[in-house]
Design a protein around this ligand. Sequence first.
Ligand code: GDP
Length: 198
Amino acid sequence: MRAQFVISAAAPDQFPAAGAPEIVFAGRSNVGKSSLINDLTGHGGLARASKTPGRTRLINWFAVTPKPTMPLQFVDLPGYGYAAVPLDMRASWQPLIEALLEGTRPIALVLVLIDMRRGLGEEEQDFLEWLAERKLASHVVLTKADKLSKSERGVVTAQLKRQLGGGVGVTAFSTLDQFGRDELWSAIFRAAKPRRAG
Ligand code: GDP
C-alpha cells in the first residue's frame, strides 16, 4: 500500500488543497492513534511524522492508497484531539480542528479512538454529538482490544453500539494481532466510496 506524509498545518491557510476523501483520526494522546495509522497502512514509521517535536500540535496529512482506485487522505488530529487539555493548548487547537471539520473539506469519516478499557467518556460523547450535529459520519475505534478477552471484547463493543444508537459504527482493534483490521478497512471503504448525486 502506498502511504506517505504530505504536510503539517498549524493554521487553516496551511491546509492542503482538498482532494481525495479524508479519514480523520481523533483521540487522546497515548490512545494508540499512531499505532493504528501505522498498522492500517502497513508502514511502521508513517505516523512517527506526527510525533516529531513540533508536529504534535499540528494536523498532519498522509496520502494513503489502499487500492489504486481509492486514493485517501488520512488526517491525524493533535494528540489530545479535542477537550480537556490545558486551556492555552485548547485555545490554539480548537479553532484549528473546527476549521477542519466545519469547513468544506471532503471528510468521509471521523474515527474517534477510545481505549477499550476506559470506555466512552464525557469528552468523547460530546465530540460524537458535535460531529452528528454537523452531519459528519463517525466511527468509534476501541483500541488495545488485546487487553480484554475475546468474549469481553464482544460484550463491550455491543454495549457501546447500543449506547450510541444505529448511526455510529464501533470496531474493537488491536495492533498486536490485527484484530478488527479488516472490519475497520471495510468501514473506511464504505464511507469513502463515491456516492451518486441525488
Ligand atoms: P498515540 O499517542 O495515540 O499516537 O499512541 P501510540 O500509538 O504511540 O501508542 C501508545 C502506547 O500504546 C504505546 O506504548 C503503544 O505500543 C501502545 N499500543 C498501541 N496500540 C496498542 C494495542 O493495540 N495493544 C496494546 N497492548 N498496546 C498498544
